[in-house]
Design a binder for this molecule. Sequence first.
Ligand code: PLP
Length: 274
Amino acid sequence: MGVRFESESLSDLNRNGCPICPGIRTKGCTLLYLETPTNPTTKIIDIARLSKVAHAQGVVVVVDNTAATPINQNPLQLGADVVVHSATKFLGGHADALGGVACGPKHLIDQVHHYREIHGAVLDPMSAYLLLRGMKTLDLRVKRQNESALRIAQFLESHPAVERVFYPGLESHAGHAIARQQMRGFGGVLSFLLKENSLDAVGRFIPRLRFAHAAGNLGAVETIVASPATSSHVECTPEERARLGIPEGLIRYSTGIEDVEDLIEDVASALKGF
Ligand SMILES: Cc1ncc(COP(=O)(O)O)c(C=O)c1O
């Protein structure tokens, strides 16, 4: 398709300034594509600040808002030009339909629509129905997932077998201050590392969970757990994962709408013996 891209971690923007932004337009960049919070380590990017820098150079800003959902974060109000979602995740919310959403001003979305007409990525009626039906409960689901994920993250952070928890709602998270500015809630997805940071430990931990389903998806009413090293980022080499800040023993936990006390008890019981 003739698209060239460069990827950069922009999460330490506040401390070090944007490493790629100065002169991006003169380097041929016409579009800045951000994801915040990121999958799977929940890094936070300052949407307003980056949008300002990009717009000053005539660069279009697209934000993948899948993990946050429109309930928690509205990138267009923060200055982005286009917001995209994998509707497969929280929007549908039931892990039973595949779809995507792009929102923004007509002159930009017309280009997406034209491209889609030519290439034929049209949503089938059953998926459209499931997504519309799922979105009726988006607000209820996401608010519950926000609350439960924070409780689980706090529990994990205080557990002696856990090395580190990645969740923007925790004060220990490097992006917490920016997340507080640009998000109304911190989302249902968190990730964590056991002290025994290895794929072997993850392989023993995940089957001990009774509520969480082991699967590659996220954002559903059921709690879903995954090992990024063997699922979403399996196509990266261990070195590439290390460069992206994804430890081999990372566990991603997408909080469902089950009773949070059950979920905490489940995680506590699975951690016994670690
Ligand atoms: C943040 C984010 N954006 C986009 C996608 C792609 O979603 P889909 O499977 O609906 O194409 C994913 C999938 O994991 C995701 O996590």
